[in-house]
Design a protein around this ligand. Structure first.
Ligand code: SF4
Length: 459
């Protein structure tokens, strides 16, 4: 544990720890925004904090047990602070808070606040209520519309690359996933709110925005002129914002990849040629058991249509091995699908049951040793494909958005259109600019390059 520097004078120290997806990171920033008017300023360590918020993720293995062991550690800090005559508000937010609710304060009575992902706008009121009553406050309702209506405008700049939540929740009910239970039904923010937040982010220096949502391409936000916009229409409007050079979105469901969205990849230069499109399995039997609503053949046909629209498109995916009932033939079908698609990047996991989900009670569990072996095979193949994709850029000149200084002096760090980190010798004045970079070496996890002449730009 590190020593905490003092907060800005007169401010209270707020320590936020965020686990899980980018949406949780975004939510943590919004919680800091909502608490700023109460005088809370973020600090980097929990020691001496006036308030600690753990923003939890239910996707983590043994998420609940890990939360309680972390709370046990923080209890000591809280007691030490109280022994000095101070106070520390301890809050648990996020998907584990949503799933466990009052069980958290029953097991850990020193927790002051438990709040689900749709209640962040109520934090100031909850802090006041906990102080007034001296009792724990639990808020795990699902009125997602309210949250976005009542959150303050984004205040802290995010930097050259920014995230913007446009959609929350999910109605797909995949067999293994807790999101429909912890984040609730699918909800899309209105178009005007999204555009206003995007303009603000660009005004604060953002050049690339990644639109976030658990099922982001199901977006159907209300338009001011009436009716609803899909994601493709939203991307077209965002691409018109001066200074916004790059657009991305995550996470998509194959079933919501409609023709308009495929055309957006073809027609809008700001939409980057990189798409995270989870497939989870290459076996139709397992896909059906997962309730994914598509077959392997349909996924492959979709990939073909996307690549026909945008030939330089690179794909990333999620794979789960060892879903209940997965046989050796199913595993082979997954390996075959990976070989066919050739992913540029991927996240792969062993299936582990999430309480309350349909698959958690399903028969025909795959034993751990088999899951381990299958995961190793999947990951070895995906690693080779990622290395191959990175190596394929060697000797090419590609546009790189410079996002900050590199690890070494005189070095810049940036991103290609395909999201690979690139390290380039160059002046810090280039941060925020996009410039052509000649790629000297494509390493498994990053690229090394040097600034090139404008006319050499390839992508
Ligand atoms: S589509 Fe994604 S968020 Fe929705 S249930 Fe399936 S895995 Fe979970």
């Amino acid at each position: 544990m590190t020593e905490n520097p003092p907060p800005p004078s007169g401010k209270k120290r707020l320590f936020l720890r965020s686990w899980g997806c980018q949406m949780n990171v975004y939510d943590s920033a919004r919680m800091a925004d909502v608490l700023a008017p109460l005088g809370y300023a973020p600090v980097d360590a929990p020691e001496g904090a006036d308030m600690i918020i753990l923003n939890t993720c239910h996707i983590r293995e043994k998420a609940t047990e890990k939360l309680f062991s972390e709370l046990g550690r923080l209890r000591q800090l809280k007691q030490a602070r109280e022994a000095e005559g101070g106070e520390m508000v301890l809050a648990v937010a996020g998907c584990v808070a949503q799933a466990e609710g009052a069980e958290i304060t029953a097991r850990a009575p020193y927790v002051d606040i438990v709040l689900g992902p749709q209640s962040y706008h109520k934090l100031p009121e909850m802090v006041a209520r906990a102080a007034r009553t001296g009792r724990a406050v639990v808020e795990t309702d699902f009125p997602v519309e309210e949250k976005f209506d009542f959150l303050p405008e984004v205040s802290a700049p995010q930097g050259i690359t920014a995230f913007l939540t446009i959609q929350e929740g999910c109605d797909k009910f995949c067999s293994f996933c807790v999101v429909p239970y912890t984040r609730g039904a699918e909800y899309s923010r209105p178009v005007a709110a999204v555009l206003a937040e995007a303009r603000k982010l660009v005004g604060q220096g953002a050049r690339e925005i990644t639109l976030l949502g658990q099922n982001v391409n199901a977006y159907h936000g209300a338009a001011e002129e009436g009716g609803e916009w899909g994601l493709a229409q939203l991307l077209r409007a965002l691409a018109e914002i001066p200074g916004l050079d790059r657009l991305r979105y995550t996470t998509s469901h194959p079933r919501d990849m409609d023709e308009a969205l495929i055309a957006a990849h073809r027609d809008i230069p700001a939409v980057m040629p990189f798409l995270h499109l989870p497939v989870q399995s290459g076996s139709d039997r397992v896909l059906a058991a997962m309730n994914r609503g598509h077959t392997a053949k349909e996924y492959l046909a979709l990939v073909d249509r996307l690549r026909a629209a945008r030939p330089d498109l690179a794909l990333s995916t999620d794979i789960i091995v060892g879903h209940p009932g997965e046989t050796e033939a199913d595993h082979e079908a997954t390996m075959a699908l990976i070989r066919r698609v050739k992913f540029a990047q991927a996240f792969s996991f062993k299936y582990s049951p999430r309480p309350g989900t349909p698959a958690a009670g399903a028969p025909h569990r795959v034993d751990e040793a088999t899951k381990d072996r299958r995961l190793q095979e999947v990951q070895a193949l995906l690693r080779d494909q990622q290395a191959e994709f990175n190596a394929s850029l060697t000797g090419r000149t590609v546009p790189v958005l410079f996002t900050g200084p590199g690890r070494q002096a005189g070095q810049l760090s940036g991103r290609t259109p395909w999201l690979q980190p690139v390290h380039v010798p160059g002046s810090l004045s280039l941060i925020g600019a996009t410039a052509p970079v000649f790629i000297r070496a494509g390493n498994p996890n990053s690229l090394a390059g040097e600034l090139a002449q404008q006319e050499k730009t390839a992508a």
